[in-house]
Design a protein around this ligand. Sequence first.
Ligand SMILES: [Zn+2]
Length: 166
Amino acid sequence: MAPTNEGPFVVSEPCPVCHGQGSTTEQPCPTCHGTGVRRFYHGTKANLKPGDPIRPGYSSNFGKGKQASYVYLTGTLDAATWGAELALGEGPGRIYTVEPTGPIEDDPNLTDKKFPGNPTKSYRTREPLRVTGEITAWQGHSPEALKAMKDNVEEAKRLGIEAIDD
Ligand SMILES: [Zn+2]
């Protein structure tokens, strides 16, 4: 799921504490959980307010709807935009700023050989995310880009490719 445009939102903002390095001296930077990004986003169609938890399985974006073991978060607004646009359910997509309440790790769906180095800054965690705010001024992808992505998702489903979630 590579970003399809080179707009300003594709690049994550650096963490102010470690300046995007992900670590300070020897230790992983605790402020950004070693990711180097300034804030985390979660795209969904769920209507949430600050303080609400987002638990694994609360809103699975892909696959056949089996209970998800992880909840996903990202450091780029672009990846969160895809999450909001492709989320299952009715109503408008929403993007929240979130903070993890436990350890996070790279999302293996987006960090394999196809996307070395986690360019979309996508992560997952088994612990709930806490909603800290909502991004209201985000711009969706073009209808053409959205259709192409939905076609890709449908094709993956047809081929029986499930998102990696274990
Ligand atoms: Zn940091």
